[in-house]
Design a protein around this ligand. Sequence first.
Ligand code: UD1
Ligand code: CA
Length: 498
Amino acid sequence: MPEGPGKTLDCGISTSAVILAAGQGTRMKSALPKVLHSIAGRPLVHYPVRAALEAGCGEVVVVVGHGRERLEAYLSEAFGASAHGIPEAWKGRVKTAVQKEQRGTGDAARAGLEAVRPEADRVLIFYGDVPLLTAPDVAAVATILNGEPNGVALATCTTKEPFGYGRVMRNERGDVIEIREQKDLRSDAERANEEWNPGIYAASVAFLKEALASLRPNNAQGEYYLTDIVSFAAQRGQRVFGVPSNPAVMDGINDRAQLARGERAMNERILEKHRVAGITVRDGARIEDGVVIEKDATIESFAVLRGRTRVGSGAVVDVGCVLTNADIGEGVTLKPYSIVTDSIVRARAQIGPFSHLRPESDIGEEAHVGNFVETKKTRLDRGAKANHLAYLGDGFVGENANIGAGTIFCNYDGFQKQITRIGKNAFIGSDSQLVAPVTIGDGAYVGTGTTVTRDVPADALAIGRAKQENKEGYASRLRGRLAAQKAAAAAEKKAAEK
Ligand code: UD1
Ligand code: CA
């Protein structure tokens, strides 16, 4: 959302929002309730709830039913008292109401209205499956009723061939008199109507009580339609305000093709927000909603930034990197195809290409982690280097220590994880195995190809490989013998074939 949390538009604290999210979402063909399918790293329902809060609504009632427990669990985690990263004022404003049986949007709205607090005088109703709408879009529908307490307002959109949406029907004078669902349209002329209903409504509590009680399921789907409150108002001579709205943000998500389109649009919106804020973001990057990027960072194509990832100023996240809850310091370079999960990379460190930093890695300032190096639960202090082909698990690597290619921290004995400690300025020769628990002292040297099973004191050299022997002239004798063996084997085979 471009507004960012905290900015509220004035819809009025005495306005309550009711968000309908009880349906199964049959068209998703999924075990997961529709509104918990995610785009840009958050469930669909997150966005309308946030739009209502940003619009300044005094409370948000989410109507739940299908998949109720999971939905309630998500809402309390994201908006409850101990939620992270939302304004204090929003905490505890979101509650749920239960629609026992999914008998249509009108029935769901009725369940929601019953849970609205007594202080509310106006109610905004919209759907939980419209993730791109923003706070100004919903606020506009509520605020048009300022000074018109008996009116009913709804957003309307106009586009070519709005297949699947309810259509806005007007009389000769141009007043809105009814919303008619796609399945209830009676003629080609009605189907050609380009004005449709994106599903944002506002009215007084008193009106809604009466209107929702009047609904009958006399329609093609045999459901209670929320949209019938419009004809109810028009027939009683109440004013109905159509609020022209931006169709680009009003797409309801009903199936996975629409889910993909919604995500594409949301991703573009997020990339745009970062670009305008001074970050170079190449086309093809994917950045989730909660990610923080500081100025002058560069995010290359096909980088994927997820969850609570932060990228510091001037950092470069090169092609194909995947960051999940990663904390990337300023000036860090992540070369192509590096993966960082639940880990910290401190200022000016260099990672990759093809590094894999698994959870709880902490890479110090100016440290280097290179090609095909895997780390897990390991801290590298400032300036430490592991440039090629290593596994560093459950360890500590001191300042400016150097870890050679092919080094392995043997951290697991099949039962427990053990710790490897390497002192500052230590040098671990290539192809060494450090069998944990083990400590290499400051400035110590481990000779190439050593299997270290005992602690190495500071400044010592540990070397554990077999002594080398050179046999002069042996190579050509060896070749001759091997060639003769091969020829004999071929001759034997030929003889056997005859
Ligand atoms: C609805 C509108 C349609 C509008 C479109 C905009 C009605 C009758 N139709 O149609 O005019 O153009 O949205 O996107 O309102 N839900 C419940 N309980 C139920 C049924 C639905 O909570 O018993 C919730 C769903 O979880 C969903 C929302 O209401 O989030 C909308 O329901 P959906 O079935 O998607 O309505 P549409 O057919 O899209
Ligand atoms: Ca829908």
